[in-house]
Design a protein around this ligand. Structure first.
Ligand code: SF4
Length: 281
């Protein structure tokens, strides 16, 4: 059996940077908690817990004097202020690309544009972008959300970084006939696009495609969707043990890719398990 691992899969720049910041702070005994799971990967969160870093859901759960890490998705300016007021030190690991989307949304709102954020309403990143506009922007999931919406003359679109380019194009096409002025801040992250393109290219060529990553990871779930669109034998798993032998029946080629929050060790474990199953183990 030939196994092809997508090179662009696995940790992206923002996640790698956040984990390096966390490890550096742990070394200096200067990290108490993260605001929400640092990344959507249970193995990594478990490892941080073993190193004494807990997950809190609110700033109020951190004690004054403790250091609280903000994850790659970012947070609202209010949260930063709450931490300051409480005497909690913030270690800000907001990905620079997310920070750019936050700034763009804020700038466009300030300039009088009606800002639409293409994203998932409940996703922390989309929410953090909206919160940077003082809740003036609206999160939309796609063209269908425009149906009952009152659109103004000047409309601007900003994207959650993990959105797909074709999804953005659909929204722009639906907006064009309805507004006089349209501006688009394409804040989609290149890492996401490159990973998706390389994974889809592999998925087209192999008999079975395995996508590794947390079930709560938006970018991994989307990666599995785009692979499944070109290869119905696509499976999204979180851990190597979930791999079912029957998925590989009759397969001569297997592709493996992974979301931005998947550690190399998880990808390697899946690789080894596929090899083991190929040997009949
Ligand atoms: S996917 Fe892109 S935007 Fe998101 S954390 Fe990674 S590098 Fe940053």
């Amino acid at each position: 059996m030939h196994i092809c691992i997508v090179e662009e899969g696995g940790f992206c720049f923002g996640v790698r940077r956040a984990l390096e910041m966390a490890q550096q702070a742990i070394k200096q005994d200067d990290l108490s908690a993260t605001l929400g799971p640092l990344i959507h990967n249970p193995q990594v969160v478990d490892q941080l817990a073993q190193q004494g870093v807990r997950v809190v859901e609110r700033v109020a759960e951190a004690e004054p004097g403790e250091t609280l890490m903000i994850r790659t998705h970012g947070c609202s300016p209010d949260v930063m202020q709450q931490a300051l007021d409480r005497g909690v030190t913030v270690l800000d690991a907001t990905c620079p690309f997310v920070a750019r989307a936050q700034r763009e949304a804020q700038r466009l709102c300030d300039e009088g544009w009606q800002v639409l954020i293409l994203g998932e309403p409940e996703h922390p990143e989309a929410r953090s972008i909206r919160e940077h506009t003082g809740a003036r922007a609206t999160i939309v999931q796609g063209p269908d959300d425009l149906n009952d919406m009152q659109l103004r003359e000047k409309v601007a679109v900003v994207c959650q970084t993990t959105q797909r380019l074709d999804h953005l194009s659909s929204l722009v096409s639906a907006l064009l006939p309805r507004v006089r002025r349209l501006t688009v801040a394409n804040t989609i992250c290149d890492a996401t696009t490159q990973r998706q393109d390389a994974s889809v290219a592999t998925a087209r060529q192999v008999d079975v495609m395995i996508v590794v990553g947390g079930y709560h990871s938006a970018n991994t779930t989307r990666l599995a969707q785009v692979c499944a669109e070109v290869n119905p034998r696509t499976h999204h798993i979180e851990r190597a043990e979930e791999l079912q032998p029957q998925w590989l029946e009759g397969a001569r080629t297997v592709g493996i890719t992974a979301g931005a929050s998947t550690p190399d060790s998880a990808i390697e474990a899946v690789h080894e398990r596929v090899q083991q199953l190929a040997r009949g183990g």
